[in-house]
Design a binder for this molecule. Sequence first.
Ligand code: URA
Length: 207
Amino acid sequence: MSARVSDHPLIRHKLHLLRERATEPKKFRELVRELGTMLAYEATADLALASVRVETPLTSLDAHRLAERVGLVPVLRAGLGMVEGVWEVLPMAEVWHIGLYRDEQTLRPVEYYNKLPVQPTVDVCLVLDPMLATGGSAVATVDVLKRRGARRIKFVGIIAAPEGVRRLSEAHPDVPIHVAAVDTHLNEHGYIVPGLGDAGDRQFGTA
Ligand code: URA
């Protein structure tokens, strides 16, 4: 499976600002939040609906409400910045935190925090991480979610490397990948090129 790359003009516009090295942390956070809103909007286009009778001030009609509960799983720390944005369109979504850091020697994910419920309490999980680089953290997060019983999982990111898309798709072909761009490659330090640098450092001003 390949990534679903948004071609929405607003997403492309905001992505060029996000990539720009001169973009300061305040603006960077705002863009991550806004892109989170728009990418979640696209990623949730297939959520199931149920009929509901509604009384308007004028009459009544059969309308629709969401029939699926959604959980957000931001991968700490960079994924945190997308949560507020996704909440704009899914204010009722639960947030489950999982912390993984990348061992700089092996480039493999190491889990250091896990606040996922033992039993799934939602129908669809959106794994949030702005950067799908090697795919190691994404695969590890989906592994954990599946072990906890999650059945429908989607990955929502901003920029992916082809290596990350391949690795996540091979490990979890049932997990659709929604991003704003797939860049050319990873460099020897595991950074996406051209990318935007370290999404955590740029949000939290730690570069
Ligand atoms: N994580 C980032 O924040 N940036 C990259 O380019 C790769 C992983």
